[in-house]
Write a protein that binds this ligand. Structure first.
Ligand SMILES: *Cc1c(COP(=O)(O)O)cnc(C)c1O
Length: 246
């Protein structure tokens, strides 16, 4: 009888084993977050991290859970659902990519947050499903601050109207605004985009609409998270700098 032996692949990480690279990267990032906060007199506890896991598989995601990083962000429905199933019952899931209406039903019940609410038709589809299934979805409205044609998002001058339009959808909880800064080396431009998102938040807050808290700002990625924190980010979405890929 042939007994199959487990093969140990050199360099492979055992399931759930905390990888030293992850620990080191996270320690360094924590330090950078703290320093950015202290520069502007903010409390580092007010900055939440979404680990963007689109570059890594389920086993590696477990390593981040072991480090206490429970919020994971995915941008593609198919990949996200597979990982969500592998890691059933673990983590708090954020959908951060552009979402098609026909894929809404896959996101409902799995994801707690949506960072990319950018049109009424999408909001209304989400509302339809949630009214059947029960529950609410915490949404960030994605704003196209920089006005780039290739970017998704509501334009700043349409934001107020959009917020009023979706106010009648009782399952949509608007927790904040989200933006993606243009990929430029100029810190000044990036800062300007983040600052504008903060200003838009301040304009919405007095509207006093139901289920509209707009408490949060989801902005800042690997390239620009420190600038985003200085400008008021309460959620930063970190991929490559944290997972070491991309
Ligand atoms: C991929 C992605 C991120 C993370 O990007 P990194 O530059 O790898 O940190 C953040 N937000 C969104 C919407 C993304 O698609």
């Amino acid at each position: 009888m042939v007994v199959k032996q487990a093969v140990w692949l050199p360099g492979s990480v055992k399931e759930g084993e905390v990888n030293m690279d992850h620990i080191h990267r996270w320690e360094k990032i924590k330090d950078r977050i703290k320093k950015a906060c202290y520069r502007v007199g903010r409390d580092p506890n007010d900055v939440n991290v979404v680990v963007v896991t689109k570059y890594i598989g389920s086993d590696q995601i477990r390593c981040f859970f072991d480090l206490g990083l429970n919020h994971v962000g995915e941008s593609r429905v198919k990949d996200a659902v597979a990982k969500w199933q592998d890691l059933y019952g673990q983590g708090i899931w954020h959908f951060i990519g552009s979402l098609q209406r026909r894929k809404v039903k896959e996101v409902i019940g799995r994801f707690t947050y949506l960072h990319s609410l950018d049109r009424y038709a999408l909001a209304s589809e989400i509302d339809k499903y949630l009214k059947q299934e029960g529950g609410t979805l915490r949404c960030f409205i994605q704003v196209n601050v920089s006005g780039e044609k290739t970017k998704h998002g509501i334009f700043p001058n349409e934001l107020k109207e959009f917020v009023q339009e979706i106010a009648n959808l009782s399952t949509i909880e608007v927790v904040g605004l989200m933006t993606i800064a243009p990929i430029v080396d100029k810190e000044k431009e990036t800062r300007c985009v983040f600052r504008q998102l903060k200003q838009l938040q301040q304009q919405l807050q007095p509207l006093n609409l139901p289920r509209l808290s707009v408490r949060h700002l989801s902005m800042g990625m690997s390239q620009d998270f420190e600038v985003a924190i200085e400008e008021g980010a309460t959620w930063i979405r970190l991929g490559s700098v944290l997972v070491g890929k991309g």
